[in-house]
Design a protein around this ligand. Structure first.
Ligand SMILES: Cc1cc2nc3c(=O)[nH]c(=O)nc-3n(C[C@H](O)[C@H](O)[C@H](O)COP(=O)(O)OP(=O)(O)OC[C@H]3O[C@@H](n4cnc5c(N)ncnc54)[C@H](O)[C@@H]3O)c2cc1C
Length: 468
């Protein structure tokens, strides 16, 4: 008997750790570990519970079951291995520092009992360390990483294990509820989880919208991206399945422009892998700047403006629309994530860690690699960081990417009856104009031009240039 420990691989197919060349029947298990739960949040937990439900049904239809236990993973897996006389435990390799330390503890505990462990590389196409500079170092610049990632051969997806490979069992413990686990209901409406939802979303996207991706991906109102991020984060779809389907879409592309759009989408999949490699080699980035400055960056401690940012009450319409989308859907469009992250760090001058922590609590797709990569990029502290002097202008960003203010009006109801020109010029309106157009919507809480100068000075001081 082999136990398979499901974590962020909540799917039966294209799961390299679940299928194994050995002939032993496999008994699947999920552990609600209190140490891991302290890092979780209601949106992600709701998605996980929904996905576990679907996975359990899949096993039950094959006269097997998903065991669900609560307790610290090393002790629980040791107990289950003993109870079921398992001689091996398999799982998909973790890439974060926290995950790897936990896996080491499990491995040590099982080794003491003589139980073998199989950790399988599964969440990425190319393992950390397999795409490096010619000197063997990990890349810190995405464009070079991409060239190698793009051309490297990729493994294809693997089928789900047959029913004959699964241990016949009936689990008696029901799945816990959010309340059982100590979580409140999420504030947002959470997208459906589960491996079938992921499969449908992938197919729908690859049947058409992928061909418009290049043109429409930066338009938040068009909702033209795949929305696969919660599925890739929680593993309700495997990366090989996604890539196989994307390659098929490329083969069926009607013209060169459509083929190029597919390639742009592949580039986003590569960003995900790039940030996972960065996290693997620099686990400290979850709390520390990746890029070193000569002096500490003098971020401002400003609870009032931070709260206005969280509430979507900054008086910058595109920022507020994004922050409200996050609260409503536990998701935010990528372009708008960049805008709100730049606004927090370069306009409010608040530490990126505050933003990262809010996203960690609110996003259904949060994973430390992508979230941290996105925040440190925006804050000019990361790998491949945008230079500190390139500061997003929230008004021109709104005007360029949401010209008709369609996205803004969807999430900021106070601005629904207001002309797009007035919305994009909100910072220039007089008090009387604002009062007449949208009395319930706030005036800008800071002046962008002044803050831009303050941000440049803050970074120059950190670079030691202000002393010269
Ligand atoms: C400040 C900030 C925080 C972010 N936090 C997260 C996060 O916690 N989790 C997360 O999955 N993504 C994060 N991203 C990246 C990106 O915004 C989301 O992956 C994307 O918006 C998800 O929507 P989608 O699935 O429709 O993306 P699509 O455009 O359809 O892209 C397909 C997939 O590629 C990957 N991807 C796309 N863009 C990026 C990117 N810039 N970096 C890394 N991977 C990418 C994701 O897995 C995504 O699902 C963050 C970006 C920023 C700027």
């Amino acid at each position: 008997m082999r136990l398979h420990w499901h974590r962020t691989d909540l799917r039966p197919s294209d799961n390299r750790a679940l299928v194994s060349p050995d002939a032993d029947p496999v008994l699947p298990v999920y552990v609600f570990d209190p140490k891991v739960l302290t890092h979780a949040a209601p949106p992600r937990m709701a998605f996980v519970l929904d996905s576990l439900d679907a996975l359990r049904e899949w096993y039950r239809a094959r006269e097997s079951d998903l065991l669900v236990v609560r307790g610290e993973a090393p002790a629980e897996l040791a107990r289950l291995a003993e109870k079921h006389d398992a001689d091996a435990v398999s799982w998909a390799q973790a890439y974060s520092g926290l995950g790897r330390r936990r896996d080491d503890r499990v491995r040590d505990r099982l080794a003491e009992m003589g139980v073998e462990t199989h950790t399988v590389h599964d969440h990425l196409h190319h393992e950390p360390g397999s795409i490096t500079t010619n000197d063997g170092d990990p890349y810190s610049v995405y464009s070079y990483f991409w060239k190698k990632w793009r051309d490297r051969e990729k493994a294809s997806s693997v089928p789900a294990p047959g029913a004959d490979r699964l241990a016949a069992t009936t689990a008696t413990t029901p799945l816990p509820t959010l309340a059982d686990l100590g979580f409140d209901d999420p504030e947002a409406t959470i997208p459906d989880g589960g491996y079938m939802t992921a499969r449908h979303r992938l197919n729908d996207f690859c049947d058409g919208p992928i061909y418009e991706y290049e043109e429409a991906r930066d338009d938040p109102a068009a909702a033209a991206t795949s929305r696969l991020s919660p599925h890739l984060t929680h593993g309700t779809v495997g990366v090989r399945t996604v890539h196989d389907r994307v390659v098929r879409a490329r083969e069926n592309a009607p013209d060169d422009a459509a083929r190029e759009a597919v390639e742009t989408f592949r580039g986003e999949l590569a960003w995900r892998e790039f940030y996972h490699h960065v996290l693997y080699f620099n686990p400290e980035v979850v709390t520390e700047n990746y890029r070193e400055y000569e002096h500490d960056i003098e971020w401002r401690d400003d609870p009032e403006t931070l709260q206005a940012w969280k509430d979507g009450e900054t008086g910058y319409p595109i920022v507020d629309a994004g922050m409200r989308q996050l609260r409503a859907e536990a998701y935010m469009h990528n372009r708008v994530r960049m805008i709100v992250a730049s606004f927090l760090t370069k306009d409010l001058l608040v530490d990126w860690r505050e933003g990262y922590d809010w996203f960690r609590q609110k996003l259904v797709d949060h994973n430390p690699a992508n979230d941290n990569g996105g925040w440190q990029w925006a804050a000019s502290t990361g790998t491949d960081a945008q230079p500190y002097f390139r500061i997003f202008n929230p008004m021109t960003q709104g005007e360029r990417h949401d010209p008709d203010a369609e996205y803004i009006r969807e999430y900021v109801p106070e601005l629904r009856g207001v002309d797009a020109d007035v919305i994009h010029g909100w910072h220039e309106c007089s008090e009387a104009e604002r009062e007449s157009a949208a009395p319930d919507y706030p005036a800008p809480i800071v002046d962008h031009s002044e803050r831009r100068e303050a941000a440049l000075e803050m970074f120059e001081r950190a670079r030691g240039e202000a002393d010269e």
